[in-house]
Design a protein around this ligand. Structure first.
Ligand code: F6P
Length: 317
């Protein structure tokens, strides 16, 4: 029996637990012995690795976060710790590794592979949806649904009080979550890092809308824009003349019951990852594209910067 291991690295996403469940089940089906590495690369360095079976994943499909923990490991950036990590894998005769993570985690993996030749497959997992080469990263759908529920709720109070609400989404330097939420919630304003804006260019129109009977505004702003959300709220009060509040959605966007789409994508990503490793593909990232699932070299994925889908950006015009 060959040994295979999985770890989660970077920000957790809803979809990691369904992925872990399918990892165990599909590994066993393929006559591999599955192992969990706890707390990301930190656990790999500290030898926190355990052989697992069905009993370790029962009941986790409905849970957000990750049962095996995650981390943003600073130590893994140092060569001496990566050497310890390789030693730990060798000691357990693990020669296949699956990493669920974002671009930072894949950059670490790329270096690890180049130094030690570990056979791996990466599964893009970040609510930011900012990994080059894949149209979809695990967790994005659940995060968008959490945002949708929050905006719908805020709309109720905004309309009751004649208020403007500035709702800040996560996404780091990527405006994907904010833009898709804007397009699907009918908000009045969307500000993202990928699109230059001048707030004052909206003044005349917004004032006219109030004269025409508009009671409230919803503005969705991405955390990556240069301005603070509070400054945008103040702009609404001073320039538009409407009371304003800020709501930073924060980490609620990362958690919660995984959506059906994320459960299904977790299943498919893991199936492709294990199949890739079994077909002797030594280093790859499973990407979801318009052509379906494809394997891409990690070099291409981590060394090309992500750009927001221009066909989505167009809708902001
Ligand atoms: O990368 C996922 C993400 O949630 C970003 O959207 C956000 O900027 C960051 O992680 C927050 O990181 P932390 O959980 O370490 O505060």
């Amino acid at each position: 029996m060959k040994n295979i291991a999985i770890l989660c690295s970077g920000g957790d996403v809803s979809g990691m637990n369904p992925a872990l469940k399918h990892f165990v089940e599909y590994s066993i089906e393929k006559e591999l012995t599955p192992h969990f590495i706890y707390d990301g690369y930190e656990g790999l360095i500290d030898n926190h690795i355990k052989k697992v079976d069905y009993s370790n994943v029962s009941g986790i499909i409905t849970r957000g976060g990750t049962k095996i923990g995650s981390s943003r490991s600073k130590r893994f950036m140092q060569e001496k710790y990566r050497t310890i990590a390789k030693h730990n894998l060798d000691a357990l005769e693990i020669d296949m590794l699956i990493v669920l993570g974002g671009d930072g985690s894949f950059r670490g993996l790329d270096v690890f592979y180049k130094e030690h030749g570990i056979k791996f497959c990466g599964v893009p997992s970040t609510i930011d949806n900012d990994i080059h080469g894949t149209d979809y990263c695990l967790g994005v759908d659940t995060a968008l649904n959490v945002i949708k529920t929050s905006i719908d709720a805020i709309r109720d109070t905004a309309s009751s009080f004649k208020r403007a609400f500035v709702i800040e989404t996560m996404g780091r330097d990527c405006g994907y979550l904010a833009l898709v939420s804007h397009l699907t919630s009918g908000s009045e304003l969307c500000l993202i890092p990928e699109k230059k804006y001048n707030l004052d260019s909206f003044e005349k129109d917004f004032k006219q809308q109030i004269k025409n009977g508009r009671r409230y505004f919803i503005a969705i702003v991405s955390e990556g824009i240069k301005e603070e959300s509070q400054d945008i709220a103040e702009w609404f009060e001073k320039k538009i003349g409407i009371e304003a509040r800020v709501c930073v959605l924060g980490h609620v966007q990362r958690g919660g019951n995984p959506s059906i789409y994320d459960r299904l994508m977790a299943y498919k990503f893991i199936t492709h990852a294990i199949n890739a490793l079994l077909s002797n593909r030594n280093e790859s990232i499973v990407c979801y594209t318009k052509q379906g699932f494809v394997l891409k070299n990690i070099d291409e994925v981590v060394n090309t910067s992500y750009t927001l889908d221009p066909s989505l950006l167009e809708f902001l015009e």
